[in-house]
Design a protein around this ligand. Structure first.
Ligand SMILES: [Zn+2]
Ligand SMILES: [Zn+2]
Ligand SMILES: [Zn+2]
Ligand SMILES: [Zn+2]
Length: 408
């Protein structure tokens, strides 16, 4: 794995993905010519280091709405279970699912997500019906069958090329990190087999080719990039996980509620859906973000609110990592999934700004807290802040894994 590649920042306006914000990164920033994205609450700046990022255009008070927007595309997350293409309800072999005209399982023929813009559209149904997709299914083996769902969100993006080219151009203007991802064989090969080969070879949808990207891409890459891989990268880098609060109840006509109340398990908790949004992806990362967001259950409309007061010209941020995880885990996630090394204030501080999220009670003195001597160096030693006893990394790793084992 080439770490230099991973550290590379993109400077082109149309291709960059906002990353972690630190004060030195604001040098020489300017407007990006992306003013069509400006609103009364934010505008877009660009810097050589960070690329495009969202900035407050006026003082925003905590709790105020920064933006609301509908998604460009919605689909199942990678690695999700077999689910209804309309309403995303998880299905298993024991569920009385039915088959849609296209051959894919759906919760029922009256599923309100069938024909819904962010569910199973008529166009998707027609394409899947004409494809060989359902011929390859083994409905008795849901464990193998679920792999097919990795390709649905990319396919939905690709279908926009014919259905709504403006939305498709917008999607292609997002960062795909192909040059970094290509050097991570386990990631690239997984997309090759579960998405690219699935769509083109298994399902026979050969219209999604390598070259077509250049006819719509605002700033073509110098090397030919595979269109489907680009869409996979865009989804991985820019998607929001949505639908956490979804209740199947919300997607069903009231006539079904009685049946659901009696027969439903907590299906809402199994739902894993990702969505691409037209502007929200421009929020840069910070491990102490100044926003939070929620989405509506029927149409996935995203609302981003200020979680603290934000001053004019201050970056509007969200965390691409789970904020309740410690620095090691967050930085590992950001490097492996978002391809940058976070050096924000919280990551730089062993005490994580007084939260001590990563601190462990010292096993030697049982009083002090063990903290990393340099949290920006994954190989750094740790030390107890009571007796300043150094604990080398191998010992720490051993300790960490025994703690994790005992939790499981
Ligand atoms: Zn359904
Ligand atoms: Zn269908
Ligand atoms: Zn950070
Ligand atoms: Zn100690």
């Amino acid at each position: 794995m080439n770490k230099n590649h991973r550290k590379k920042r993109h400077s082109k306006c149309s291709k960059s993905r906002s990353q972690s914000v630190t004060s030195e990164r604001f040098d020489n920033d300017s407007n990006c010519g992306q003013n069509e994205l400006s609103t009364s609450t934010f505008y877009i700046k660009t810097s050589k280091v960070m690329g495009r990022y969202m900035v407050a255009s006026r003082d925003l008070t905590a709790g105020s709405i920064i933006l609301t927007e509908l998604p460009l595309a919605v689909g199942p997350c990678n690695g999700s279970k077999v689910q209804c293409l309309g309403c995303y309800q998880t299905l298993d072999e024991t569920y009385l699912y039915t088959k849609c005209n296209c051959g894919w399982p759906v919760c029922s023929t009256t599923c309100p997500g069938i024909g819904h813009a962010f569910g199973h559209t008529e166009e998707e149904c027609a394409v899947l019906k004409d494809s060989r997709s359902s011929q390859t299914f083994d409905y008795k083996d849901f464990d193998n069958f679920k792999e097919n769902y990795n390709a649905i969100a990319p396919l939905r993006c690709l279908l926009l090329k014919a259905m709504d080219s403006k939305k498709y151009e917008k999607i292609l203007s997002m960062e795909n990190h192909n040059e970094i991802r290509r050097n991570i064989p386990e990631l690239w090969n997984l997309n090759q087999t579960t998405v690219v080969d699935k769509i083109r070879k298994d399902w026979g949808l050969v219209e999604f080719s390598e070259d077509e990207i250049h006819s719509v891409c605002v700033e073509p890459e110098p090397n030919h990039e595979d269109e489907i891989h680009s869409v996979c990268g865009i989804l991985e880098v820019n998607c929001f996980e949505v639908g956490h609060n979804i209740s199947i109840r919300g997607l069903y006509p009231s006539a079904f509620l009685g049946i659901l109340e009696v027969n439903c398990f907590e299906v809402g908790h199994n739902i894993s859906i990702r969505g691409l949004y037209p502007s929200a992806f421009l929020m840069s990362h910070d491990c102490v973000p100044n926003t939070n967001h929620s989405d509506e259950e029927n149409n996935f409309k995203l609302t981003v609110r200020a979680s603290t007061d934000i001053h004019t010209n201050q970056p509007i941020t969200l965390s691409y990592a789970y904020t309740l995880q410690g620095t090691l885990r967050r930085r590992e996630h950001l490097l492996e999934n978002k391809f940058f090394e976070c050096r924000c204030k919280r990551c730089s501080d062993p005490a994580e700004l007084g939260t001590y999220t990563s601190a462990l009670i010292c096993p030697k003195c049982n009083i002090g807290l063990v903290l990393s001597l340099n949290p920006l160096d994954n190989d750094s030693s740790w030390s107890c802040n009571n007796k300043y006893q150094r604990i080398d990394l191998p010992e720490m790793q051993h300790w960490f894994s025994s703690i994790i084992k005992s939790i499981r």
